[in-house]
Write a protein that binds this ligand. Structure first.
Ligand code: ATP
Length: 390
C-alpha cells in the first residue's frame, strides 16, 4: 500500500477474438522477498466480469498478488494471463488493467476534469474525445457537476470516486482495487461499497478487490479468496464462506464465532468438550476419533431459552447484556466457557445479568474443524470474572 503514483494507462483492448476480455489466470505463482515467501504457488482463475475479493490479515500476500497482476512486481515462478494472453514481461501500461489505491493521489493543482483527463493527455488523445470521455467517466461516479473544482474542495469519498473515474477512463478490462475505501469513515465506506458494486455490475468489468475487512468482502464480492501465508485457504461465494467455512482459520476470519475445544468422539460426528458433547458437521477434513478439534457456533445461531428447556445446547448464566440497535448481544457463562449470543432486538427475550438461561442451537449450525496449532485470529475469548466462576 505504498504507491502514490496514478495507475498506469491501459492500452485499448486487443483485437476482437470472441474471447470475453477481463479474465485473469494466475497459475502456480510464487513471489519471494529474500527468504520470505510472500505468495506461495498460488493458482486462481478470475472470470470476466467477476467481482473477486482477496481477503486476509496483514501480510498474507494480497497486495503482492494484486501488484503482480498490475505488473508492478514480477513472479519468481508461474504465469499470469489477462484475457487469455500471458502478461509476464509486459510493463503495467501495456496491460489491460488499471489500479485504484488507498491513497488516491490526485494532483491538487489540477481541476477534477484535468485529473481525470491526465491519462488521455499522456496518450495524446484528441481534445474533443478527451472532453467527451471525461464527461462519461465523471458521470459514472456522478461527479460531473464538480468537473471544474479542485480536489481539495471535495470530501474524501468524492476524491476517491474521482480516482475511480480516472482509473476507468482508459476502459481497462480489469480494475484492481487495493483497499480503496480504507481511508474513509465507516458511513462513507458503506455507501461507497454499494456504489462500487452497482458501478461494477453496470460496467460488467472485472474487479479484483484487496481488503482485510470481511464485511466489505462479504457485501460486494461474487467470490472471495481468503488468503493465508501466501496461499488461498478458501475460494467461494460469500454465503458459502460464511455458512460453510472450510477451516477454523476461515471461520475465525469471517464473522464472529464461539469456539469450543474438545476431543473427537468415537463415532466421529461430535466432540467432547467442557460444556458437554457438541455435535456438528465437519468443515473440510474430519479428524479421527480421539483427535483434537474445535466446534464453531456463530452468535446468531444460538437461541436463548429459559434454563432447563429441552433442546441441544447448554445451561448457563447471563454475564452481560448489550443493546446494539438491531440486535441484542448477550454473553453467557457456562462453566469456564463463555458464549456470545446475538439475537434480533425486537424479538429478543427479556434477560438480565445473573439470569439462568439455556443456550440452544441446531447441530447443523455447528461446524467442526481440526484444532489449529496457533491461537485463532478472532476467537471469541472472554475471561470470566472470579465472582462468576463459582
Ligand atoms: N517490497 C517488499 N520487500 C520485502 N518484503 C515484502 C515487500 N512487499 C511485501 N513484503 C512481504 O511480503 C509479505 C506479503 O505482503 P503483502 O503486502 O502482499 O501482504 P498484504 O496481505 O497485502 O498485507 P497488508 O494488508 O498489510 O497490505 C509480507 O510478509 C511482507 O512483509
Amino acid at each position: 500500500m505504498a504507491d502514490t503514483v496514478p495507475a498506469a494507462t491501459a492500452p485499448d483492448p486487443g483485437p476482437a477474438t470472441g474471447i470475453p476480455t477481463g479474465g485473469v489466470e494466475i497459475i502456480g505463482v510464487t513471489k519471494r522477498y529474500g527468504d520470505a515467501v510472500a505468495v506461495d504457488d498460488l493458482t486462481l482463475s478470475i472470470q470476466p466480469g467477476e467481482f473477486l475479493s482477496l481477503l486476509g490479515p496483514s501480510g498474507c500476500g494480497k497486495t503482492t498478488t494484486l501488484r503482480m497482476i498490475a505488473g508492478f512486481e514480477h513472479p519468481d515462478a508461474g504465469d499470469i494471463s489477462i484475457s487469455d494472453r500471458s502478461v509476464l514481461g509486459l510493463p503495467p501500461h501495456r496491460r489491460e488493467v488499471n489500479t485504484v489505491f488507498q491513497a488516491y493521489a490526485l494532483f491538487p493543482h489540477m481541476t477534477v476534469a484535468e485529473n481525470v483527463a491526465y491519462g488521455l493527455q499522456q496518450r495524446r488523445v484528441p481534445k474533443a474525445e478527451q472532453r467527451q470521455r471525461v464527461a462519461e467517466a465523471l458521470d459514472m461516479v456522478q461527479l460531473r457537476r464538480f468537473a471544474d473544482r479542485k480536489p481539495t474542495m471535495l470530501s474524501g469519498g468524492q476524491q476517491q470516486r474521482i480516482a475511480l473515474s480516472r482509473a476507468l477512463i482508459n476502459r481497462p478490462s480489469v480494475l484492481l482495487l487495493d483497499e480503496p475505501l480504507a481511508a474513509l469513515d465507516r458511513q462513507l465506506r458503506e455507501e461507497m461499497q454499494v456504489e462500487l458494486k452497482l458501478l461494477q455490475a453496470r460496467l460488467g468489468m472485472t474487479f479484483v478487490f484487496v481488503t482485510h475487512d470481511q464485511g466489505e468482502a462479504l457485501s460486494m464480492s461474487d467470490r472471495i479468496a481468503v488468503m493465508r501465508e501466501g496461499r488461498i485457504e478458501q475460494l467461494d461465494a460469500p454465503e458459502s464462506i460464511y455458512a460453510a467455512p472450510a477451516s477454523a482459520y476461515v471461520a475465525s476470519f469471517i464473522g464472529q464465532q464461539n469456539f469450543v475445544q474438545g476431543t473427537v468422539t468415537a463415532d466421529g460426528g461430535a466432540i467432547d468438550t467442557e460444556i458437554g458433547t457438541v455435535a456438528g458437521e465437519w468443515g473440510a477434513d474430519a479428524v479421527a476419533a480421539g483427535g483434537s478439534a474445535v466446534a464453531a457456533i456463530r452468535p446468531e445461531f444460538i437461541r436463548l431459552e429459559t434454563a432447563g428447556s429441552p433442546g441441544v445446547g447448554v445451561d448457563g448464566r447471563v454475564l452481560s447484556v448489550s443493546y446494539l440497535g438491531e440486535t441484542l448481544q448477550v454473553v453467557v457463562g457456562a462453566g469456564d466457557q463463555t458464549l456470545l449470543v446475538r439475537t434480533p432486538a425486537p424479538t429478543a427475550p427479556a434477560v438480565a445479568v445473573d439470569d439462568d438461561v439455556r443456550c440452544v442451537w441446531q447441530p447443523s449450525a455447528v461446524r467442526l474443524f481440526a484444532a489449529e496449532g496457533a491461537p485463532l485470529a478472532s476467537t471469541h475469548v472472554i475471561t470470566l470474572p472470579d465472582r462468576l466462576r463459582a
